[in-house]
Design a protein around this ligand. Structure first.
Ligand code: FAD
Length: 233
């Protein structure tokens, strides 16, 4: 375990978005998922910005899984059964069906499961409308009542749309990045020489690329998306 090892429980829109941001900021991301996202119940996704013709939930799922892998997340397809403190009190131990993992942080995005958090004393409350599901209260940074345990997405009783939950995962990931790496800037890719114009060094977390490199990335992205959707027709 390093200071930036994090267990994200849930690989839906919230957990996957958080994973991409955290892995790109060099966190060691263990992304636990047993594959039962609420999106499996959606017939066709038409309100996710960037897909003007809509996208099937299965294609969206495959894309977000590929994105987390490209960013460097380690995906562990298992059910998290409980989480305890490590014996030295420095972090948390994730107990899954297939093993145990020690981490410094936990991010719960596991709509609608909270039972595995009870061994840590994480506060949960009944959801407003249904009453038969528990949700996790957080402060404005996404932290629960237990230091180092965060929550994001539908499990925190935000609105019930994938893009809202993905945005929430990204927001809480940014909070964590700021906590561990205060000098890390914006996770931007900018044209070569952009900061020189402002007489600034390139900030940590920003990558400057040449025009040729930009063209190459554009071509490579277009090839990958063409191939991806061609396989699904
Ligand atoms: C019928 C229906 C239709 C919908 N239609 C739309 C729509 O058209 N457009 C739209 O934007 N939204 C739609 N939604 C809402 C959308 O599915 C959710 O808002 C979104 O999936 C929530 O994202 P999330 O990441 O917070 O949770 P989820 O997507 O539910 O992801 C949670 C993940 O946590 C994992 N998990 C849970 N517990 C554990 C555990 N103990 N160990 C390991 N993994 C665990 C699950 O496997 C799951 O992958 C619909 C929902 C439903 C029910």
């Amino acid at each position: 375990m390093t200071d930036t090892t994090i267990a994200i429980v849930g690989g839906g829109p919230a957990g996957s978005a958080a994973g991409v941001f955290l892995a790109r900021a060099d966190f060691d991301v263990l992304l636990f998922d047993h594959g039962r996202s609420a999106l499996r119940k959606c017939a066709f996704l038409e309100n996710y910005l960037g897909f003007p013709a809509g996208i099937s939930p299965a294609a969206y799922r495959d894309l977000i899984h590929e994105h987390t892998a490209t960013a460097g997340c380690d995906r562990i397809e298992t059910e998290v059964e409980r989480i305890t403190e490590t014996p030295d009190g420095e972090g948390f131990r994730v107990h899954g069906a297939d093993g145990e993992w020690d981490v410094r942080y936990v991010l719960a995005t596991s709509w609608a499961e909270t039972e595995y958090l009870s061994s840590l004393g994480v506060e949960t409350v009944p959801e407003d409308h249904s009453g038969d599901v528990e949700v996790v209260p957080t402060d404005e940074t996404g932290q629960t009542n237990v230091d180092g345990v965060y929550a994001a997405g539908r499990i925190t009783e935000t609105y019930h749309q994938a893009i809202v939950n993905a945005g929430d995962g990204a927001r809480v990931a940014r909070t964590l990045i700021e906590r561990e790496r205060p000098d890390f800037y914006n996770d931007w890719v900018v044209p070569d020489g952009y900061y020189e114009r402002y007489d600034m060094a390139v900030p940590e977390g920003v990558e400057e690329i040449t025009h040729e490199e930009r063209r190459e990335r554009e071509r490579s992205a277009a090839r990958r998306m063409t191939e991806f959707f061609a396989d699904r027709q």
